[in-house]
Design a protein around this ligand. Structure first.
Ligand SMILES: [Zn+2]
Length: 111
């Protein structure tokens, strides 16, 4: 069964009401990596050792295949994760609102 205009309007209203504050939305993706200090005799970096870390890197695409890597200190990691989650949540809601508006447009053409 197709949604009516009233149902679509209600759906759109609920989606918009769920929209989080965008001020802390953050782009990029958070990755971790181990690093080697190359100090002689370091037991973490010896053959078979895993190295130090993990360290956290925010990887940001800058277009044309270029990627900027921003090291993230541990005390900022949670804030970065929350910013990335917020961006994804806003993007998902915006996508859903856009789809509802497409359906509304179709309904309005029919009237
Ligand atoms: Zn080391």
């Amino acid at each position: 069964m197709k949604d009516t205009v009233a149902q679509l309007n209600e759906k759109r209203k609920l989606l918009a009401a769920k929209m989080p504050d965008p001020r802390t939305a953050l782009t990029g993706s958070l990755m971790s990596r181990m690093v080697r200090c190359n100090k002689p005799g370091c037991r973490h970096c010896q053959k078979g050792g895993k190295g130090h870390g993990p360290i956290w890197i925010l990887s940001v695409s800058q277009g044309q295949g270029r990627v900027r890597q921003i090291p993230i200190p541990l005390h900022l990691k949670q804030e970065v994760e929350e910013g990335l989650e917020r961006f994804a949540a806003i993007q998902s809601l915006l996508q859903q609102i856009g789809e509802v508006n497409q359906q509304l447009l179709q309904e309005r053409k029919r009237q």
